[in-house]
Design a binder for this molecule. Structure first.
Ligand code: SAM
Ligand code: SF4
Length: 362
């Protein structure tokens, strides 16, 4: 078996987040996606070659993201083309892909699309929704007015239903809900979102507002710390910790009433505290943009353009070497370092430019 690289902090490579487009059909102000894609988007064959190369270095989980990945017309084709990597034996010396997941805002997830994704071989879907009323959804999605927010909300609620009906089972972790919480934007939506997720039997993943990119107006005062989110929800429905999965980004909690009734299902609460409680020490994620630039950290300023090893025609050995070199030289622990720069202050101000979120895919 080819040797799997460890980075300079001894971390293996495990998860690839592949952004398929930098464009989006929403305009969440905390994300600020681009109106146009970069000119040099990767082709389907180039994406397959990239995923195969990273699988050889240890990637077992692929998350397709964006921008909005459902805007990508060849999404199902890409998922289908990756199935041979999933069918490999776990002990295959070339590595094997265990699962393919998708993060989406759900607006374009109709019943037929959900069935097509399942049939193509998608394993898991995480849908993003930041509120349960039209006004909150409009504010968090950058839409003009409550009616537009209401329309998006209706579509996302339908998307949850379509995904479930297509076979993405929340009790098996195959369907989850993401929500970014900001102090002035939607902190009042914590309880309504938790109630919705409990009712639907979904894991709710609450994400601290992160200083990714340079144009989302991030300010420390806008971050609602994960501990506060857990305290507020726990006051309504008492919680007990379940712990963090190895290499997981989220601290997880279960509802006492559900656990006591033996009706835990998938409806846990998870909090992603990358600002107030960074998890860099365990980070096994690589991000690749829609135009083939690899970033070894969500907060990185610079990436490595992999196109020279993809065009014209993939140079599999060169690509593997370039990725291996990138991972062996990886020293990023940006979130932890930010905390050390301003000890005791909890949340520090950003101090350098970052790549934009829609390129990095969350
Ligand atoms: N459009 C898809 C969606 O919204 O799910 C996929 C791309 S989006 C960049 C991936 C995830 O990143 C979403 O759950 C989104 O809420 C989250 N996100 C975007 N900007 C963020 C920020 N500044 N801080 C924290 N999470 C953010
Ligand atoms: Fe679009 Fe997702 Fe960014 Fe919102 S978070 S603007 S839905 S890419």
């Amino acid at each position: 078996m080819a040797e799997r690289p460890l980075d300079l902090h001894g971390r293996p490579l495990g998860v690839l987040r592949l952004s398929l487009t930098a464009r989006c059909n929403l305009a969440c102000p905390y994300c600020c996606p681009d109106l146009e894609d970069p000119p040099d988007l990767l082709t389907l064959a180039e994406r397959v070659a990239l995923v195969e190369a990273t699988v050889g270095l240890g990637v077992h989980t692929l998350r397709l993201t964006g921008g909005e990945p459902l805007l990508h017309r060849r999404l199902e084709e890409l998922i289908a083309a990756l199935q041979p990597l999933r069918r490999r034996d776990p002990g295959d010396p070339r590595g094997a892909l265990r699962e393919i997941a998708l993060t989406s805002n759900g607006v374009l997830l109709g019943a037929e699309r959900a069935r097509q994704l399942k049939a193509a071989g998608l394993d898991r879907i995480t849908l993003s929704l930041d509120g349960t009323d039209g006004t909150s959804v409009a504010r968090m999605a950058g839409l003009g007015g409550a009616a537009a927010g209401e329309a998006v909300l209706t579509k996302v609620l339908a998307a949850i239903r379509h995904a479930r009906e297509a076979g993405f089972d929340p009790a098996r972790g195959a369907l989850k809900l993401n929500a970014v919480i900001t102090r002035s934007g939607n902190a009042d939506q914590l309880l309504p979102l938790a109630a919705l997720a409990r009712e639907q039997g979904l894991e709710l993943r609450l994400i601290e507002f992160m200083d990714v990119g340079n144009r989302n107006g991030w300010a420390p005062e806008q971050v609602l710390p994960a501990a506060e989110m857990v305290a507020r929800i726990g006051a309504a429905w008492p919680l007990e910790p379940v712990g963090r999965a190895p290499h997981g980004t989220a601290g997880r909690w279960r509802y006492r009433d559900r656990a006591a009734a033996g009706a835990d299902g998938g409806a846990h609460l998870a909090v992603v505290a990358s600002i107030t409680a960074p998890f860099c020490g365990d980070c096994n994620r690589l991000r690749i943009t829609a135009d083939g630039v690899a970033y070894s950290c969500l907060f990185a300023a610079d990436g490595t353009d992999l196109k020279p090893w993809l065009r014209p025609g993939a140079d599999a050995a060169g690509l593997e070497q370039a990725l291996r070199r990138l991972w062996l030289q990886r020293r990023d622990r940006w979130s932890e370092e930010r905390q050390m720069v301003r000890p005791g202050e909890g949340v520090a101000t950003p101090s350098r430019s970052h790549a934009e979120m829609a390129y990095l895919g969350g």
